[in-house]
Design a protein around this ligand. Structure first.
Ligand SMILES: [Zn+2]
Length: 584
């Protein structure tokens, strides 16, 4: 940090403070910080590009050319010469599970999603060696198609052979399903006689003995036996989230499903007792996963909202689950049947967790009480039911100003696309998977070719829908880095270059549109459209400097963008341990 100030920030001391200069400083407020000589992309259509900004008390006090900016310099102003670098508003990630992600990167036994059985075994042996006394190994993530790709007769026994009597729980790529060994099943009390819970299933061998795979609500049932992390570990996880956010240029985060005991407590604690949150954080209070016919208890949600809201933490958001995932697990609610398989037959359309009647009651009550709702809707049937419920809320309450979201919304029936704009509903497109990948391959194996018609972003924008985006990290995507997602919105190609081809190329958007989705639209999802998301006078100085000009490099290079400086509320954040952004 000290190094940056020496190299980049030049404190200016006025040579003389005679009556004339006093006059000048009266006309314009002296800036705390001046960023000048840049190529600043503002995301404000009235003034898309500019050179300089002045920042006072954490907000932009001037946006314009470098000459005009000079008049804001006074005693103590720190000047940053951007030397022609591109800068822009900070990224707002509208759908991410940051604490879950940081817990994974800090405490889990990790292997890449594409790992084969040998690689999984290797990773597990390494983790056992590192912590031979641990009673549990928690980790992941195995690919959705892992057990179709590789013949493993008993997943449970396969793990036992590697880890012996240490309990093992491994998440899949979607975080909906888990793989337990015998010890973990025993500690979870799941045995031959345990019935499948509603909305889930226990994988079994030919004799009905649990084989170690737990799907959906069964996975959650088993998860109750897994010991929780401590309050200190969660605080450390939130600090890790902030470090990563600064490194990636993220200044706004919408937690897509915050547990009270883990996320809410830790966010609140960091915001009040550990130096404050250095992002705008919107936490969607997580509600029950799985089948439900009783409406939500709004007073309980109000209790959580009122208890944890603080300076940088907004809590007037709720997450509801309508279905699962459209992978071979076949748990997303689709309008048309999945491809035939032996378990589900050929008329299976997945399960909707909440019937419309109940969901409409939820939406009407939450909308009336000031909550913005994010609905997990991975299949086109759950998208339709979610829109129906928003429609019911609009009919009952009029337009409340609250824009409720259909999250994932990768599959939308063409008839439903225009309903987004008509109902002021938001398409929250996540995870960043609008490009070919092995996961798309797994989806196609369950849905057939229509599985490739994933994320109709062009159609949504053309119908004037508000589109927001998020990584959904740590589900599916290995990192909270947003830049590959921005690239792929434009290219519809795999930003890592691993999987060939383009996915539904007609749905490509322009770079301008992609940046707006990731900045100003994201701010709207955080209910901070007036506060952040673009570079405009009066807005919070949430500002990032890039190592390249996104408009001058080939689109395939956008995914490798490095953020050299991140400012939150006008304050330069330290983003990498032991590493200082280069001052050139
Ligand atoms: Zn999610």
């Amino acid at each position: 940090m000290r190094k940056i100030i020496l190299l980049v920030l030049i404190p200016v001391f006025l040579a003389a403070c005679g009556p004339d200069s006093q006059e000048t400083t009266k006309q314009v407020e002296v800036a705390d910080t001046l960023l000048t000589n840049g190529k600043i992309y503002t995301v404000n259509p009235q003034q898309p590009w500019t050179e300089a900004v002045a920042i006072k008390d954490g907000k932009y006090s001037y946006v314009g050319d470098s000459v005009g900016a000079a008049t804001y310099v006074g005693e103590g102003t720190q000047i940053v010469d951007l030397q022609g670098k591109m800068a822009m508003p900070g990224i707002n990630d509208a759908h991410v599970h940051p604490v879950m992600g940081a817990v994974r990167s800090l405490y889990h036994c990790q292997f890449p999603i594409q790992s084969n059985p040998d690689e999984v075994a290797h990773a597990l042996r390494g983790c056992v060696e590192k912590n031979p006394d641990s009673q549990w190994i928690i980790g992941g993530q195995w690919g959705s198609a892992f057990f179709e790709q590789y013949e493993i007769e008993s997943p449970r026994a396969w793990l036992d052979a590697i880890t012996g009597d240490i309990a093992v729980v491994l998440n899949d790529d979607s975080y909906h399903n888990t793989w337990f060994n015998s010890k973990a099943l025993e500690l979870a009390g799941i045995s031959h006689s345990t019935l499948d819970p509603e909305g889930g299933s226990i994988g079994r061998d030919a004799d009905g003995v649990p084989n170690g795979l737990l799907f959906e609500t069964a996975s959650r049932m088993g998860g109750k036996a897994v010991p929780d992390w401590s309050a200190e570990q969660y605080v450390a996880a939130v600090k890790e989230v902030l470090r990563m956010a600064a490194a990636f240029g993220i200044t706004g985060i919408k937690d897509a499903g915050a547990y009270e005991s883990a996320a809410m407590v830790a966010y609140h604690d960091v915001d009040n007792n550990h130096g404050g949150l250095s992002v705008h954080l919107a936490a969607s209070i997580r509600t029950q996963y799985g089948h439900r016919t009783e409406p939500l208890d709004v007073s309980e949600l109000e209790r959580i909202r009122d208890r944890y809201a603080s300076n940088h933490l907004a809590t007037n958001f709720v997450k509801i689950f309508l279905d699962g995932v459209p992978t071979p697990a076949r748990t997303a609610a689709m309008l048309d049947p999945y491809l035939h398989d032996d378990v589900h037959g050929d008329q299976f359309t997945g399960n909707l967790h909440v019937p419309l009647e109940t969901l409409a009651k939820d939406l009407i009550a939450l909308d009336a009480n000031g909550f913005t709702v994010k609905m997990h809707a991975a299949g086109d049937r759950s998208v339709r039911v979610g829109l129906d419920a928003i429609e019911a809320a609009r009919e009952a309450n009029g337009f409340s100003g609250l824009r409720h979201e259909l999250a994932h919304a990768g599959y939308i029936h063409p008839d439903d696309v225009p309903r987004f704009a008509a109902l002021d509903a938001v398409a929250d497109i996540s995870p960043i998977l609008w490009h070919p990948s092995p996961i798309i391959g797994a989806i196609v194996s369950a849905l057939g070719r229509r599985g490739e018609l994933y994320f109709p972003v062009r159609d949504l924008l053309d119908s004037n829908a508000l589109v927001v985006a998020g990584t959904d990290w740590p589900a599916v995507t290995p990192s909270a880095n947003p830049w590959g997602g921005i690239e792929a919105l434009v290219s519809r190609r795999d930003p890592t270059g691993v999987t060939e081809g383009q996915l539904w190329a007609e749905q490509a958007v322009t770079l301008e549109e992609a940046l707006r989705i990731y900045t100003l639209n994201g701010a709207l999802a955080l209910r901070l459209g007036e506060v952040t998301g673009s570079v405009e006078v009066g807005k919070s100085a949430d500002f990032i400097v890039l190592d390249r000009n996104l408009f001058e490099v080939p689109i395939d290079d956008v995914g490798e963008t490095e953020v050299t400086m991140t400012f939150f509320e006008g304050r330069l954040l330290e983003s990498r341990e032991g590493e200082v952004p280069a001052a050139q």
